[in-house]
Design a protein around this ligand. Sequence first.
Ligand code: ADP
Length: 671
Amino acid sequence: MTQTNQLYGNGLPFLKDGGEMGRLIRSFNWQATPLGSPGNWPAALKQTVSMMLTVNFPVLICWGSEYTQLYNDHFRPINGATKHPQALGGSAKDTYAEIWDTIGPMFARVMKGETIGFPNFVVPLDRNGYMEDCCFDFSYSPIYNEQGEAGGVLVVCIETTDKVRSIDNLRETSVELQATNEELAAVNEELATTNEDLTEAQRILQRNERFFRSIAVNIPNSLVVVIDPDHRYLMVEGDLMAKLGFDRRDYEGKHPTEVGQTERYNAAKHLYDRMMAGEKFSVERKPETGGYYIVHFVPLKNEKSEIEAGLVIAMDITDLKQAEEKSAKLAAIVESSDDAIISKTLESVITSWNKSAERIFGYTEDEIIGETIYKIIPPDRQDEEPHILARLKTGERVEHFETKRLTKDGRLIDVSLTISPVKDKQGNIIGLSKIARDITERKLDEDRKNDFIGMASHELKTPLTTLSAILQLAGSKLKKGDTDFLATAMPRANVQVKKMTGMINGFLNASRLESGKLLIEKDDFDLNHLISEVYDETLLLVNTHTINLVTSGALKVHADREKISSVITNLLTNAVKYSPNGTTIEIGSEVQGDTAIVHVKDEGFGITPADLTQIFDRYYRVENRDTRHISGFGIGLYLSAEIINRHNGKIWAESERGKGSTFYFSLPLGS
Ligand code: ADP
């Protein structure tokens, strides 16, 4: 207390206050320090201490040659005075001994009048319980005494922590901002490029869409519809729009049901579903409104193979279908033609070959297409082809050209050729078509007919000659009054007349049969009776063979009596013709179920199995050593078979070569 009073008394009223520092200064034993008692302090020091104790920032005074330290409360944490309370009143040289090398010269400079500042000097301070880097502007300036000499160094510390932090923050922010800015610039640049790309992509897209639309519009006879997975329209285009019930409105994003196409949509929905499930397919449609359409359904996938949309293209293929139908019809006609229809190039290479060509020439389509036509031309007729070609090249047709051609198995066949040039739309000859008719059979027929006429005339002449001889003889006998001759001559003449009548009837029936005019006129009669009649007539003519009749009772049939009579006569005549003299012939009948069966059995030359299959054919005659001298026309059995067939009966023969034959025919029994 004394001290305090003493201090006040020493003219240091300012020490009355000054917080904790004030108390410390007041209680401090200044006498022992180089500063000596406060009362003796020079005015400059007093004034400075007084100011120091009131200001609210750290202040340090280092006074005198020893730099004796005096500081206020605020300075205490800065020099660690809390830990080193002895610093108060102590020499700065001691307190800062470790760094005096730096501080000493600086203080010396200040003492010479210089003011030195250290802005934003970092001082670690314990604040709020932990160490914090605080910043202070340190200012070192001289304190002048009344004589104007520097008595000490005033150290003022103005805290700049917040400022520095703000600046740091600002700097950081600025760095960040700069980085962000750079990033932004980069992004911007990217955006610019992306934008350019986008513009380009947009341009390409627009161009593609234009192309797509113009393709869609320009596919002739088509309708192009693109739908999304919900079956909403994305695009509708094409010149068939109106025809297929679309108008020129914008369909984009609209569902078919929203634009009044519910019915059509319901019919097509299952197809849209299939397409959206990934199936690509086509269907053909024939709407009631006419025409023929093919509709393609194509799922449109993105790069991840997901279905994004569906493309439906309907195309009018009416013309194509009609052409197809026409060409199918033509192909069917060509295929079913009895004539060989062949097409070939101007270089004679075969390009098509129908079924009849295969039948006639023996080569299959596969074997002959791509081969030359010379393959079917006999070696001695090969010069015909260039000749025909030369004529065709002038546009001429070659019609009904009769020649011979070679089959695969080496047979020569008679053909009638009609060859025409095949022209394209511009009229250029692009190939040749050849119709070949196999006329071998016709030629044979012609030959047979000629033979037949020759033979018929000859056969008719024989009984005619005999008849005229009988008549001549009868004439001369009558002149002489010999009438006995007539008694034997007349039956002989009658036989010849019968022979001729039979032959002429045969020819007539054959020609009627040919022209489809062979009439069957049925009556009820006794078949056994008819057999007996024919038997009796035959006996009149035949005395070279023994003929036995094996019938019993009556056999009622409903048939053409005259025609059946000609059949029995033919079988009996043949049995006689094709059996050696002196052999026996049997004619008889029997009943089997509801049919009557007539047989004529001989002991003649017999017929080989191969001939047996053909003897009922027209003009067919067996040619062998036994039959060579036997005349005939090959129409007897043919006629007989036709007559029996028309009575719903059957005719057949059993035979063994060298042993004889049995001919049978059956007729249904009459009621
Ligand atoms: P054709 O006028 O030649 O007799 P047909 O049609 O009556 O004509 O007979 C056809 C051929 O059948 C005859 O040429 C003959 O070779 C053979 N043929 C017919 N009947 C007999 C028979 N009973 N025995 C052997 N061959 C027969």
